[in-house]
Design a binder for this molecule. Structure first.
Ligand SMILES: [Zn+2]
Ligand SMILES: [Zn+2]
Length: 377
């Protein structure tokens, strides 16, 4: 068994949630230490790690990113997953992405780039959208300053090993919105003496539902999904005073996201004002759209062979916090097919196909060679 495959299996049996990837980081660090990287940074913006091979002063820096985190397991009876008592599982394939990077590291350690530098970033907390920003905000990230950034994600539903590429937006921007209305409680026998947020809550839910139609003219996908709502308590003697609505906003560009946010917040404020309610609006799980730079897309397309190349006709609706990197540096996020029969990402039956490790690592090395051969464009 290859050492990258062994690492993948060790990581798979130590799934950890976003921001708490301590054992994962240790396993990665232990794997990398004997490869003697030219630069090692641990505890970057939390639990992220970075390793560099080559020199920054004689050519461009190409950064490759993978993710450390597993996803929460929510279904009943799954708490003793694999007998480990874990409440997380590697159902997004990040264990496989790390194994691909490990295989890349082994090749780079055996043959360092003749010019330029490769940075391998093992980033924490991708699932919550917090990890990329925390890494970039860490002062030590200045030591890694990239000229190019690349990342891949395995994609169930596509032929095994196919490269899935797209110019422009690869994956959507998304943002969780939390609206809380505050009124005044009353005895349920005399609701007219209180101030119920029930009507405002229902109208806001309806407005989220109508958002797609309102933004149709923008020529891009833009919609909201109400993921939850809460009104009052199961107390039959009390009319409610509090209501919350949780919705995810999703669209293709950061510019449209800014307009959606403004539009939805204004709706919430207007509904509250009309009914005399207090209101707060907050946001979480904020993901930028991941926009690919054309020279990076051309590069991946050029070196994809012998793998099959598929051009995605539309942006993927899911979000990736790699958008925080492509917003700052030219680069690309692309997919690698996990097989047409694979379970969907995050599903209970999902398993990263280990056959992808070697061809995906070889692809990453071809991308690196292509980018290090020329000057930063
Ligand atoms: Zn993922
Ligand atoms: Zn995921």
């Amino acid at each position: 068994m290859s050492s990258a495959l062994e690492l993948r299996r060790a990581l798979h049996s130590h799934p950890e949630l976003s921001g708490a990837e301590h054992d994962t980081a240790r396993l990665v660090a232990d794997f990398m230490a004997p490869l003697r990287p030219d630069l090692t940074l641990t505890g970057l913006g939390g639990t992220s790690l970075a390793f560099a091979f080559g020199a920054a002063n004689n050519g461009p820096t190409v950064l490759l990113r993978c993710e450390l985190d597993a996803v929460p397991v929510t279904e009943a009876g799954a708490s003793d997953l694999a007998g480990t008592g874990a409440s997380a599982a590697h159902r997004c394939g990040h264990d496989g992405h790390m194994a691909i990077m490990a295989a890349v590291a082994e090749s780079l350690a055996a043959a360092r780039p003749s010019r330029g530098r490769v940075v391998l970033l093992f980033q924490s907390a991708e699932e919550t959208g917090a990890g990329a920003q925390a890494v970039i905000a860490d002062q030590r990230f200045a030591q890694l300053r990239p000229d190019w950034v690349f990342a891949l994600h395995n994609l169930p539903g596509y032929p095994l090993g196919a490269v899935v590429l797209r110019s422009g937006t690869f994956s959507c921007a998304s943002r969780g919105m939390v609206v809380e209305f505050a009124g005044r409680p009353a005895h349920a026998a005399q609701p007219e003496t209180g101030l119920s947020p029930a009507a405002a809550m229902c109208q806001l839910i309806a407005r989220f539902g109508a958002l797609a139609a309102e933004f149709e003219g923008a020529g891009e996908l833009a919609f909201a999904t109400v993921v939850g709502a809460r009104l009052g308590e199961r107390a039959f003697g009390t009319a409610p005073a509090l209501a919350s609505v949780f919705a995810t906003l999703r669209c293709e560009t950061n510019e449209t996201m800014a307009r959606m946010v403004e539009h939805c917040a204004a709706s919430a404020l207007r509904l509250a004002r009309d009914d005399g309610l207090g209101v707060t609006v907050a946001y979480q799980d904020i993901f930028d759209a991941t926009r690919n730079a054309e020279p990076a897309v051309v590069c991946v397309g050029r070196v994809a062979a012998p793998l099959e190349l598929i051009v995605a006709p539309a942006p993927f609706r899911w979000s990736e916090d790699f958008g925080h990197f492509t917003a700052r540096w030219p680069g690309a996020l692309f997919g690698i097919g996990a097989g047409t029969g694979s379970a969907a990402l995050h599903d209970a039956g999902y398993e990263f196909p280990e056959e992808l490790i070697a061809p995906a690592a070889a692809l990453m090395l071809r991308i690196v060679a292509d980018r290090l051969a020329g000057d930063a464009e």
